[in-house]
Design a protein around this ligand. Structure first.
Ligand SMILES: C[S@@+](CC[C@H](N)C(=O)[O-])C[C@H]1O[C@@H](n2cnc3c(N)ncnc32)[C@H](O)[C@@H]1O
Ligand code: SF4
Length: 397
């Protein structure tokens, strides 16, 4: 069994700054010019040194945000140095042995930053393109235009970063099928190795959700949204991408192993403001405010905001929600062994109902369960039925 299959350690690092806030986004980030963030970066180093498990040797590392590339060149270089040291990142890494992703915004991915990433041992640039259409980019408050997004992919490639991924959004009001098809074709033509295609969500507290409540935007029809997801599957499939998760498509060997570990409910250490961790069976989240975070760490305090351990049947339900997102699905035997429950018995009614409805398929003598093509389209509704409502066994906050 591979390290990742066993859920070996992974590292997540959160950088909560963006040039400006996009109208749809509820990731924890604040608008910031990115300069003078040395105190935040040194807090990452301190927190990492204090919280790293003994013999910590993550198989994957993911620096996300926010927008890591929004940092100034000096802070970005120092952040890479801190993360490389914490992760024990080999320079010139083989992405199959050690994967290191950094999220980039096209507006701030410069040749200089791409060269720093390559030199530090980053193996994967994950670029938030969203669309290659200027009108659509403006409509959701992106700081870059389509030409800059194309350049960003070329900059990452030219720097020699082994794998380049782009994020695309679909079902943006006014986008329509033709524009989304052009977005997919552009991502393919640029030679990307991986595409994440996300249906636009109207998240509470965002500008977009307020506009929706005020009747100022009209969400895309549900059947058009579904047709777009199908088109992504067809177009990317024809170009040699395999759909390995609901929203994620990869050329052979280019699936994101960090996210696969997450969907397999593997453990990870998360550092930085608002970062979540899952270690030793405990889920915890750091304080969100970046100022509170860096102050707490520099004063020698643990920046934890909340932590909990779930009862076994509840934890198994969460694992089902995650694993069913992937094409490989879940093994009932593995989930039972991990949580000391009888998963086949616990979920027998749900599995029979959804199998009869053609939304779930059973394989390997009934041990492995996957969503069918139709099930993938209503995945949230199906997965939610695996969750066991319960109170956490213990909490502290
Ligand atoms: C933290 S952002 C990372 C990239 C970088 N900050 C950027 O935007 O260029 C991660 C990705 O989540 C996706 N995302 C954010 N908010 C979303 C929403 N409301 N609905 C669907 N996808 C969303 C976007 O595709 C975005 O690229
Ligand atoms: S989508 Fe990316 S750039 Fe936009 S606000 Fe969210 S994290 Fe920042």
């Amino acid at each position: 069994m591979s390290d990742l299959a066993r859920g070996a350690a992974a590292l997540y690092v959160h950088v909560p700054f963006c040039e400006s806030k996009c109208s749809y986004c509820d990731f924890y980030s604040v608008p910031h010019d990115g300069s003078g963030r040395a105190k935040y970066v040194s807090a990452l180093a301190l927190e990492g040194a204090r919280r790293r498990p003994r013999d910590f040797r993550p198989a994957t590392t993911f620096v996300g945000g926010g927008t890591p590339t929004a940092l100034s060149d000096a802070d970005f270089a120092e952040m890479l140095r801190v993360v490389a040291e914490l992760a024990g990142a080999p320079r010139d890494a083989d992405p199959q042995r050690f994967e290191w992703s950094v999220e980039c915004n096209p507006g701030s991915l410069t040749h200089a930053k791409a060269a720093m990433m390559r030199a530090a041992g980053v193996t994967r640039a994950s670029i938030g393109v969203q669309s290659f259409d200027d009108r659509i980019l403006r409509s959701v408050g992106r700081v870059h235009d389509a030409a800059t997004a194309r350049d960003a992919v070329r900059i990452a490639r030219d720097a020699g970063i082994p794998q380049v991924s782009v994020d695309l959004l679909f079902a943006i009001p006014g986008q329509g099928m033709a524009t989304f098809e052009a977005d997919l074709d552009a991502a393919i033509a640029l030679g990307t190795d991986h595409v994440s295609a996300y249906a636009l969500l109207y998240e509470d507290g965002t500008v977009l959700e307020r506009r929706l409540r005020e009747g100022r935007v009209e969400p895309e029809e549900e059947d058009v949204e579904l047709a777009m997801l199908r088109r992504a599957h067809e177009r990317l499939g024809a170009a040699g991408f395999e759909r390995y998760e609901i929203s994620n498509f990869a050329k052979p060997g280019c699936a994101c192993r960090h996210n696969i570990n997450y969907w397999r409910n593997g453990e990870y250490l998360g550092i930085g403001a608002s970062a979540a961790s899952y270690l030793g069976g405990e889920r915890r989240t750091n304080v969100a405010s970046w100022r509170d975070y860096e102050d707490a760490v520099h004063r020698g305090h643990d920046p934890v905001a909340s932590a909990e351990r779930l009862a076994p049947d509840r934890a198994a339900g969460e694992e089902a929600m995650l694993r069913l997102r992937m094409r490989e699905g879940m093994s009932l035997r593995d989930v039972s062994a991990r949580w000391g429950i009888d998963a086949a018995e616990l979920w027998r009614p749900v599995i029979s109902r959804f199998t009869a409805a053609g939304l779930l398929a059973a394989h390997d003598g009934g041990d492995r369960v996957t969503l069918t093509a139709r099930g993938l389209e209503v995945a949230n509704g199906v997965m939610a039925e695996f969750v066991v409502p319960d109170q956490p066994a213990s909490t502290r906050s």
